[in-house]
Design a protein. Structure first.
Ligand SMILES: Cc1cc2nc3c(=O)[nH]c(=O)nc-3n(C[C@H](O)[C@H](O)[C@H](O)COP(=O)(O)OP(=O)(O)OC[C@H]3O[C@@H](n4cnc5c(N)ncnc54)[C@H](O)[C@@H]3O)c2cc1C
Lengths: 282, 771
């Protein structure tokens, strides 16, 4: 059923006021592309919303030597247009599949992180880059690796009154090849049925180092570290990698829902590794 | 009229831009929800949440006590009959004592704000005593199944209708066959997904009722509202608001909404608005019938079809609504556009405890087309024949007899369409390219598929009384022109095409022509805007009126110029031998007005006669047919089962194309809708409840899912009964598109798709060789 009463939206003047309002029980609101859907479905009913979208402290994209600091109010579209997307092809590949142009203009990467969906496409590059989440709260600021920030579907390490202030995306060393693919029945406005992202460093045709992240096949985005290890020293040849694909399938813990069955997700999770091999080998 | 038909045309055949474009682009067009009337209340429907139950108590006391609630309506408040009259009269407006599907209306309330209406509806307390429910048509026809159908509306048990075609002797036919293929095919719901959900406003006025709403068939609505209010038709006025898509979904459903809103307006004496949100729309309104379809097809070694036997079951939902008509079109279209000497078809529509299904672009034909076009490909595989060649060999030609024994005397462009599609797609090469691609690629496969279809234009012999149309054309005193018909613009371009026909016939510019707003009290009844009939039938009525008017203008102009022969074109009039004396038509119009000429003309048209014998299914089912040949190329990812349509060719014979740009739009949209039907659209139910009634759960194709490359062409086999030779087009593109995609997909995977939609999971099954 439709949510009827409009939620009250409060606009803080600055970050400290935002933190105070959130500590009072207000719900952070960025692009609203997740939150308004939830309010409409009445899965939550916060007393008021705290609009962070225009806070000056959360706007910037700062390029540093070792990585990029992305303010929490930065939208996917703005990020895609920035130099960061050029430096980080994995970010571009993943973010450009989020929703559709209008959604990318509204939605933020921080919102995607705070939403903590196992299907969050923005989380995949962050897991691969081993990004850190900078939090601001009543007790001051703290920083967490993204993998420690996301605790489960919709669950994060945010404490009362805390908000995400920015994300730090380290630039990987060397020149890894980037792979991202999400699977589903159409090509846009699609919540992944399964997804795989990868950063693969190659040396003389064999894998020197690999990072993989799987979406929609476990309660959170998954880094299959065992498989990453076993990839080292192997060529990107689907035949050689077939046993690893099988292993990947066994590793995931998918569920059945309206979009797909668990068994399909399991199968595809493994097979995407073969697709990665074919795509990155060239 | 003949003279006009044959003369070269200036406006008909040109791609004029839509008459409604500016209003829609600038946001001036007013949709149902944009309208407001003083004192207007907001209606909310209290619905059943059980698939089948006795209602033992309906406690609305808390609803009534809500401070914002002004009016509550139960069956006792309905001044006329408690019925939504469609073809049958089995569906109550408000269920009394028993509910037959989740979402069935039980009672109504009206509140001062939409939010309050929403809130108050939740205060209703309904006590049910559940009855055994049956949700599947094959289960509903079993012995001992719970009785769902209202007995008076059903032929037997839960079988609403059983219809047949009997031609020749299939037993003998199959005995002559060298090859026989057989298969069972299944399809689920398809949701219309019109941009604008259903919505109406009922406004009491001078002893009667006015209805404003998004709708296709104003006269159906008028009839339904008059029935529930116990009013004469003359006291019910229906005004169509700008309509954001219909696809058949606004054929019968607006009658229900209007009747619901009207009884509240009648009781409260105030204007009432009833607009659905997307969830309520998906849960409670019509969709394409799910079906189980069984085919056997027999052919000689050279591909000549000798026999087809078909049995199919459509899930009609709890009430008849349009199912008998939908079933009939499915029946007639089941054999496909082929010469077949021996045909046996048994078609059943079955009542279940689900939301009533109804009209959707193609009207019962896409389901059987999936099956017959799959059969043709299975046959081609078995025979080792080129599937396009097989179709060509059996395609109906002028002079042939259809499966219903109808002799096709003119306008059969099927072969031309197949030939042109072959040329445009470079068919042989295309298939070769796909094979090369498949040899080269490790995890991707391409497939090319073809489909051919025929489409009976208009209502056909099941409802011949509806294939007539009136039109009124008026020359204003300043030379501008007003055209009035009761057909509705719902995005398909009807008013532009009708305007072009009027402009062509009168010799004015299209910019001089204005279509009158559709208001049943002011425009002639030109019948429902369905069945791809508007251009053909209403167009003929407009042409009739405009031609009469033109003759009168010519007579006046002869007097005006004192000349024996005059010419009219582009809004100018001149004596034939003195073109330099040309005057704007406005001067002649002014002169006519000043000299008391009648400036209005009424036109009339009706479809050529049709006939039908229900015992044998033989007869002239439709007055003319449109044809199409579609070719699709798809790419399947063997790792994920994802399928993408990469290229597409569509060739149509719809007779003369009045507006090629609009026609191309219809075809492109049909291709997209067909891709959705074949590959992704799926509406799941659990225990009779639709589980995800939103576009998050129900996937329709996006701009990224349509082919990057597509070619659309028309081969025009003119129809002598249509204006300037036009036949119908609207539904045909969807009908052909999905089947071409399905065949391409089957070829790419090496399996055989027997169930829609081909979601990635199902496709992986095909790749693995599972059925
Ligand atoms: C049509 C549609 C398509 C979509 N497609 C995709 C898709 O393809 N892939 C995908 O991953 N997602 C998709 N989404 C989901 C959504 O767009 C993304 O997750 C988006 O990144 C959310 O960002 P937002 O700014 O809109 O978040 P909001 O909706 O504003 O907030 C989301 C959640 O994060 C919290 N939050 C926001 N900012 C902060 C902050 N600074 N600190 C603490 N908490 C915060 C909010 O309280 C809320 O709980 C789609 C959504 C829609 C409506």
């Amino acid at each position: 059923m439709r949510k009827t009463g409009p939620a009250r939206i409060v606009r803080p003047r600055d970050l400290s006021e935002a933190v105070r309002l959130v500590a009072e029980g207000g719900r952070p609101l960025a692009g609203g592309t997740d939150l308004f859907v939830r309010l409409r479905r009445e899965v939550e009913d916060p007393p008021f919303l705290v609009y962070l979208g225009e806070l000056p402290e959360l706007q910037g994209i700062e390029l540093r030597e070792d990585g990029a600091v992305v303010g929490a109010a930065v939208t996917h579209a703005k990020l895609l247009r920035s130099e960061v997307a050029e430096r980080l092809p994995i970010l571009r590949l993943a973010l450009s599949t989020i929703g559709a142009p209008a959604i990318r203009e509204m939605g933020t990467l921080a919102g995607n992180v705070a939403n903590a969906s196992p299907a969050g496409d923005g989380l995949i590059p962050l897991y691969l880059l081993e990004a850190r989440v900078l939090l601001a709260g009543p007790q001051g600021e703290r920083e967490l690796p993204v993998e420690e920030f996301v605790l489960g579907p919709g669950k994060t390490a945010l404490k009362e009154g805390e908000i995400i202030r920015s994300l730090f995306l380290p630039f990987p060393e060397g020149e890894p090849r980037s792979y991202f693919r999400k699977v589903g029945r159409r090509r846009a406005l699609l919540i992944a049925v399964a997804s795989l992202g990868g950063l693969v460093w190659l040396q003389d045709g064999v894998v020197e180092q690999a990072r993989l992240a799987l979406g929609s096949v476990a309660p959170t985005v998954l880094r299959p570290r065992e498989v990453e290890q076993e990839l080292v020293g192997k060529p990107l040849d689907p035949q050689v990698l077939a046993p690893l694909a099988e292993k990947l399938s066994q590793l995931v813990q998918p569920i059945t829902d309206l979009r797909a069955s668990a068994s399909y997700r399991r199968e595809v999770a493994g097979k995407l590794l073969l697709d990665l091999a074919v795509s990155l080998a060239g | 009229m003949d003279e006009i038909t044959q003369a070269p045309t200036r406006i008909v055949g040109g791609s004029a831009s839509r008459l409604d474009a500016a209003a829609k682009v600038t946001g001036q067009a007013r949709y149902a929800d944009d309208l407001s009337f003083p004192g207007m209340l907001y209606v909310k429907v209290i619905r059943s949440d059980r698939p089948h139950a006795r209602v033992t108590a309906l406690d609305l006391s808390r609803v009534e006590a809500h401070p914002q609630v002004v009016c509550v309506v139960t069956p006792g408040d309905i001044p006329g009959e408690n019925v939504v009259p469609i073809i049958y009269r089995d569906m109550p407006l408000l269920a009394e004592g028993r509910v037959r599907y989740v979402g069935e209306p039980l009672a109504l309330l009206a509140a001062r704000t939409p939010e309050a209406a929403e809130e108050a509806a939740r205060l209703a307390r309904v006590t049910y005593e559940d009855l055994p429910a049956v949700l599947d048509p094959l289960e509903a026809i079993r012995e001992g199944a719970p009785q769902v159908a209202v007995p008076q509306a059903a032929e037997a048990g839960n079988i609403f209708n059983h219809m047949v075609i009997r031609k020749g002797d299939v037993g003998q036919g199959f005995s002559q066959a060298d090859v026989v293929v057989e298969g069972e095919y299944r399809v689920g719901y398809q949701e219309h997904a019109y941009l604008e959900p259903q919505g109406v406003i009922a406004v009491p006025e001078e002893g009667g009722m006015a209805i404003y709403g998004t709708l296709q068939c104003p006269y159906y609505v008028q009839n339904a509202v008059a029935a529930v209010l116990g009013l004469p038709l003359s006291k019910v006025r229906v005004v169509q608001t700008a309509t954001g898509g219909g696809f058949g979904g606004k054929e019968d459903v607006p009658s229900q909404l209007a009747a619901l809103a009207a009884v509240v307006a009648a009781k409260s004496g105030r204007p009432t608005k009833l607009v659905y949100d997307r969830a309520e729309d998906i849960i409670s309104t019509s969709k394409r019938h799910p079906g189980v379809i069984r085919y056997r097809t027999g052919a000689k070694r050279d591909g000549t079809l000798v026999a087809v036997e078909v049995e199919f079951y459509y899930n009609a939902g709890a009430y008849q609504t349009l199912s008998s008509a939908v079933l009939w079109r499915g029946l007639v279209h089941a054999p496909g556009p082929y010469r077949i000497p021996n045909v046996k078809v048994d078609a059943y529509s079955v009542a279940t405890n689900t939301v009533p299904c109804g009209a959707f672009r193609g009207f019962g034909s896409p389901q059987v087309i999936f099956a017959h076009e799959s059969q043709m490909d299975e046959l081609a595989n078995r025979l080792g024949m080129d599937p396009l060649e097989l179709r060509k060999k059996n395609a109906l030609r002028e002079g042939d007899e259809t499966a219903t024994g109808q002799r096709l005397t003119e306008s059969v462009g099927l072969l031309a369409a197949i030939e042109r599609a072959r040329e445009l797609s470079d068919w042989e090469n295309l298939r070769r390219e796909a094979e090369e691609f498949n040899r080269r690629e490790r995890f991707r496969r391409r497939g090319v598929g073809v489909s051919t279809v025929m489409y009976g234009v208009g209502m056909g012999a099941k409802a011949p009384l509806l294939d007539k149309a009136g039109a009124y054309v008026k020359l204003e005193a300043d030379g501008s022109v007003t055209v009035a018909v009761g057909n509705t613009e719902m995005g398909q371009g009807a008013i532009t095409v009708l305007g072009q026909i009027a402009a062509e016939a009168l010799g004015v510019r299209l910019s001089d022509v204005q279509l009158a707003p559709v208001d049943t009290s002011r425009v002639p009844d030109s019948g429902p805007t369905v069945a791809s009939r508007t251009t053909t039938v209403a167009g003929a009525a407009v042409l009739d009126a405009a031609s009469q008017l033109r003759a009168r203008v010519e007579a006046a102009a002869r007097e005006f110029f004192g000349s024996q022969r005059v010419e009219i074109a582009d809004g100018k009039v001149w004596p034939k031998d003195r073109p330099r004396d040309a005057k704007p038509l406005s001067e002649v119009a002014r002169w006519m007005w000043a000299h008391n000429w009648d400036l209005g003309a009424t036109g009339w048209a009706q479809g050529a006669p049709v006939d039908w014998d229900p015992k044998t299914g033989q007869g002239n089912a439709y007055f003319v047919y449109a044809y199409a040949c579609h070719i699709a190329e798809v790419e399947v990812d063997l790792l994920t089962g994802e399928t993408h349509v990469t290229r597409f060719w569509a060739v149509h014979d719809s007779g003369k194309i009045v507006n090629p740009a609009l026609a191309r739009g219809q075809v492109a949209g049909g291709i997209a809708q067909g891709i959705g039907y074949a590959l992704m659209e799926e509406l799941r139910s659990e225990d009779g409840r639709i589980v995800a009634p939103s576009f998050t759960g129900y996937h329709i194709p996006t701009a990224m899912d349509v082919p990057g490359q597509y070619v659309i062409e028309f081969v025009e086999a003119p129809y002598s009964g249509g204006p300037y030779g036009a036949k119908g087009l609207g539904e045909v593109p969807l009908m052909a598109a999905h089947a071409a995609v399905a065949n391409a997909l089957s070829r790419a995977t090496g399996g055989r798709l027997r169930e829609y939609p081909a979601i990635p999971e199902r496709v992986l099954g095909l790749v693995r060789g599972e059925r």
